[in-house]
Design a binder for this molecule. Structure first.
Ligand code: ADP
Ligand code: MG
Length: 575
């Protein structure tokens, strides 16, 4: 066959197939539009599981009469103008594709009355062809009605499940959205019968109680890493075989392999219902990888695992505050013991025994010092006490970290401290200092990395990477790291080591890895403005304690300002 351009009709149905898979896709896109449109009430009605009709109504800002045809045109959106805006998308929609796709494969009706307008408009489209655009009286807000989904795409229609199964998918999505947006009143109706509804009064716990039953103990915790924060909710369900986990990222319901990997492996020992809300700056997230926007890409995927792990440990009551091996092994364990992943999946219970019952901001004992006091090359602001207890109080707005020490308080410059740690580590490193860290990261698509990994899997496992296969795709479960590899991204490490090695086969793989890690150790830098989680701050403190010259950075600036009780007493005139 000769190459020729596809007729628009064929092209638009192919494109629609990427966005609209089943009734759930229609409801997801419509609800996202309602939320972007500022709705506080959203009602979803299904007839025959959405196969016959789907209606989504809201009380949002509405669409002006003249703009109705454009709303359903391909690549038409009110949410994005420039390529720069695509770098940091803050609305749920942005592709301008949903209504065009839905209307190409159904009998589609959009009624809307925009804010401040006296009357509204009606737009009808059948199989992508506009059949009516007329003014009509209607309520403020928007009402989308989709009939006979895939009537003109029989191949797709055949794959729809029973009405009950399709409704289940839609309504479980809707309930998740009600949890994510407790300030919005959601309601559902199936074949004319009312179902679940949320009040829209704004309490997430109330919505969860409604969904999970009032009796169970619902727990919440908040954790954070350098670039993201995580709000986690959990209710134990001891009798059940497995956990369920739902994840939202910046208010977006996602079903992402990275998140599935992390929550799947971490939540399975603590059986119950889990909901995770990740929040991070929009520019650290790529939401434009999947036409239906179910998947996303994190700039720092390693932090996802860390924050979920902290949350699971906190909610299981096993005291997360700091697992020393995560950032640097204490001397008692040394490389090859503490923080080393010996195979199998990481279980919270494995960690539980290592840290004794401390809360997130609780006290932790400092590890033994690397040097005798006498060997110190400079004066310590903590003459007698470097091995004592330390409590992280917080990071002040200017970026300094505030600690309570046994003597008083101390302020640390995280950048200067990290420079000192990196500098000494770079000087002292030997290959023996490698440890293995754990993670659960699916290798990203396109599959070039997975293919390269499969080809050299044995060689990679010999130097400390470990993988498992899950549903035909590879999961990175462990990677070699240096103690204290703050901010290192395991996937980037894997990719760069492999690329460097395969491009220039002169050095052994181990050598390539080694050089890469050593460079990272010296070059990595925490900025004063970097927001650190409590565990990172404590790890920084402890790593600094292990330095030979902890109290200045390599350029001679101080790392820590200590105010002991003597200084405090005299300042306040109490002596
Ligand atoms: P996107 O959401 O990516 O912009 P859509 O095809 O989903 O693309 O919608 C196209 C446009 O129609 C939106 O940008 C918005 O301006 C308008 N729109 C759609 N649904 C609604 C709604 N429920 N309330 C207000 N405006 C809406
Ligand atoms: Mg949309």
């Amino acid at each position: 066959m000769k190459i020729s351009l596809l007729p628009e009709e064929v092209f638009s149905r192919i494109a629609a197939g990427e966005v609209v898979e089943r009734p759930l896709s229609v409801v997801k896109e419509a609800v996202e539009n309602s939320l972007d449109g500022g709705a506080t009430e959203i009602k979803v009605s299904l007839f025959e599981g959405g196969k016959m009709r789907i209606v989504v109504e809201d009380n949002g800002r509405g669409i002006p009469f003249d703009e109705l045809p454009l709303a359903a045109a391909p690549h038409a959106t009110s949410k994005l103008r420039t390529i720069e805006e695509l770098e940091a998308v803050s609305s749920l929609g942005f592709r301008g594709e949903a209504l065009a796709s839905i209307s190409a494969v159904s009998r589609f009706e959009l009624r809307s009355r925009a804010e401040g307008e006296e009357s509204g408009g009606l737009l009808k489209i059948e199989g992508g062809k506009q059949v009516l655009h007329t003014p009509i009286p209607c309520r403020p807000g928007t009402r989308l009605s989709v009939e006979d989904l895939f009537y003109n795409l029989p191949a797709r229609r055949k794959f729809l499940k029973s009405s009950a199964a399709e409704s289940r998918r839609v309504f479980s999505f809707l309930r998740e959205m009600a949890v994510a947006y407790p300030e919005v009143a959601f309601s559902e109706e199936s074949d004319g019968k009312k179902g679940f509804s949320s009040s829209g009064k704004g309490s997430r716990e109330d919505v969860l109680r409604l969904l999970w039953g009032g009796e169970g103990k619902i727990r919440r915790c908040d954790t954070a890493s350098a670039h993201l924060s995580l709000e986690s909710w959990f209710m134990p369900c001891p009798g059940r075989a497995r956990s369920t986990a739902v994840t939202f990222v910046n208010g977006r319901s996602v079903n992402d392999p990275l998140l599935r990997g992390a929550t799947g492996s971490l939540c399975r020992t603590l059986v119950g219902n889990w909901v995770f809300f990740f929040t991070l700056p929009a520019d650290l997230l790529d939401v434009n990888i999947h036409p239906a926007k179910w998947e996303i890409r994190f700039r720092y995927p390693g932090e996802v695992y860390d924050t979920v792990q902290q949350a699971v440990l906190t909610l299981s009551g096993s005291a997360p505050s700091l697992a020393p091996g995560d950032f640097f092994p204490d001397k008692g364990r040394g490389a090859g013991h503490g923080g080393v992943f010996k195979g199998g999946r990481p279980y919270p219970s494995e960690r539980a025994g290592r840290d004794e019952g401390e809360s997130l901001f609780g006290r932790v004992s400092s590890p033994p010092l690397s040097l005798e006091e006498g060997e110190r090359k400079e004066d310590s602001p903590f003459p007698e006490s470097s091995g004592g207890e330390i409590r992280f109080l917080g990071q002040i707005a200017s970026g300094y970290l505030l600690f309570e020490t046994e003597e008083g308080v101390a302020l640390m410059d995280p950048h200067a401290a990290h420079e000192r740690i990196g500098y000494e580590r770079g000087q002292k490193l030997s290959k023996d200092s490698l440890t293995l860290s754990r993670c659960a990261l699916p290798l990203p698509v396109p599959p070039s990395l997975s293919l390269a990994v499969s080809g050299h899997r044995q060689a990679l496992e010999d130097i400390g990477f470990s993988f498992s296969s899950e549903e035909g795709s590879l999961l990175l479960e462990g990677y070699p790291s240096l103690p204290g590899g703050l901010g290192e991204d395991p996937l980037r490490l894997l990719r760069s080591v492999l690329t460097e090695w395969t491009e220039d086969r002169t050095a052994p793989l181990e050598e390539v890895l080694w050089k890469r890690l050593a460079t990272a150790a010296c070059g990595l830098s925490v900025k004063l403005t970097t927001r650190l989680s409590p565990s990172e701050a404590l790890a920084l403190w402890r790593s600094l304690q292990l330095c030979e010259a902890p109290w200045t950075c390599p350029h001679g600036r101080p790392t820590v300002l200590a105010l002991d009780s003597g200084k405090l007493q005299s300042f306040f005139g109490r002596e």
